[in-house]
Design a protein around this ligand. Structure first.
Ligand code: AHG
Ligand code: MN
Ligand code: MN
Ligand code: MN
Length: 346
């Protein structure tokens, strides 16, 4: 006899995760890793929302492996994420936008999951209090890379082995998600059974299930590209971009929406439909976004919602990274919209 749902039933992320573990979709170790990630996101949300008060706006004064001037919150959110994952005891290796190489986690004593993340996405927006986010992906453990983390084992050799184990195609992802720090704090997660959306209730600091099995509209007339790069794009892409401005049979052209945070632009695209693109250009041969911890997790999520993630020619999830911070062009969103740009680029 299925349990009757009480009229006032709130499903929190914690109870939702325990349910997925109970039915066997995830194991107990993954439950703990995902729970530690949600804790990191709650901590980052509170840091982001009080940044101007706690002197956490502005630059750190260092340049990261990407060649970007790190914001203070880039560094702090990376530490928050790393600490939460390390103390989970179930994370074997972490790879972050803000770490030069993967970090083998000595504290892990079981599970050994591989977690890749962008601790603060859209960080150029932080000083203006525009939406930012965190993006993560989880791969299955790869124990041999962690073998021999003995006392005398030289960690760079371990790190080299771990680079190989981290560089997996997005099709291997077991879970992916993001947290968006915006007018609401929104935690979006897939463990391969559809896309679930949780909203932080600040009254008691829990993520509450607010949308289940999200499906992205098959088409949508909103496009998110940084057209400031138009002059650097190749001709096929220019013709695609020009075509969006023609009124066409519907009499209405597309609308442009671009906030400069992948998480914010993606979340709107997921719910409203449309396309987000970061193409290659004459200056950036492979575009700007990183395959491992931006493009692959977002592509896993969008496919779980019935959408597409492409580099303009192939499925993002089929690309195996050759190095941790590899960049790829990204076109992601409604099937009809991604297929439209792929036709122009063929
Ligand atoms: P990050 O802040 O993690 O480095 O990512 C920034 C990315 C992405 O979030 C955003 O969509 C894009 O950079 C914006 O790039 P432009 O400012 O070049 O448009
Ligand atoms: Mn960055
Ligand atoms: Mn990013
Ligand atoms: Mn970032």
């Amino acid at each position: 006899e299925p349990r009757k749902k009480s009229s006032y039933e709130i499903i929190t992320l914690t109870t939702w995760l325990l349910k997925q573990e109970q039915v066997g979709t995830i194991d107990g170790e993954m439950t703990i890793v995902l729970s530690s990630i949600s804790t990191a996101c709650k901590q980052i949300a509170s840091l982001v929302q009080r940044a101007p008060i706690s002197n956490l706006t502005g630059v750190q004064g260092a340049v990261n492996v990407q060649g970007e001037d790190q914001k203070k919150l880039d560094v702090v959110s990376n530490e928050v994420f790393s600490n939460c994952l390390k103390s989970s005891g179930r994370t074997g290796v972490i790879a972050s936008e803000e770490e030069d190489v993967p970090v083998a986690v000595e504290e892990s004593y079981s599970g050994n999951y591989i977690v890749v993340f962008d601790p603060l996405d859209g960080s150029s927006n932080i000083d203006a209090a525009v939406s930012t986010g965190s993006i993560f992906g989880i791969y299955s453990p790869n124990d041999e890379c962690l073998a021999d983390i003995g006392d005398d084992q030289n960690l760079d050799q371990v790190e080299q082995r771990c680079i190989v184990s981290v560089c997996q195609p997005g099709s291997n992802l077991l879970a992916a998600g993001y947290c968006m720090y915006s007018s609401s704090v929104i935690f979006v997660l897939t463990i391969g059974t559809g896309v679930y959306v949780f909203t932080l209730d600040p009254m008691y600091g829990e993520f509450v299930l607010t949308q289940e099995k999200v499906q992205i509209p098959k088409s949508g007339k909103i496009y998110a590209f940084n057209e400031g790069n138009y002059a650097l794009w190749d001709d096929k892409l220019k013709s695609y971009m020009d075509s969006l401005k023609e009124p066409g049979s519907s009499g209405k052209p597309y609308s442009a929406r671009y906030i400069g945070s992948l998480v914010g632009d993606f979340h709107r695209t997921l719910l409203y439909g449309g396309i987000y693109g970061y193409p290659r250009d004459k200056k950036s041969k492979n575009g700007k976004l990183r395959l491992l911890y931006e493009c692959a997790p977002m592509s896993y999520i969008v496919e779980q919602a019935g959408g597409k993630g492409s580099d303009g020619h192939q499925r993002i999830l089929d690309i195996t990274p050759t190095e941790i911070h590899q960049r790829v062009p990204l076109y992601i969103g409604s099937v009809d919209e991604v297929e439209k740009v792929e036709k122009f680029l063929a």
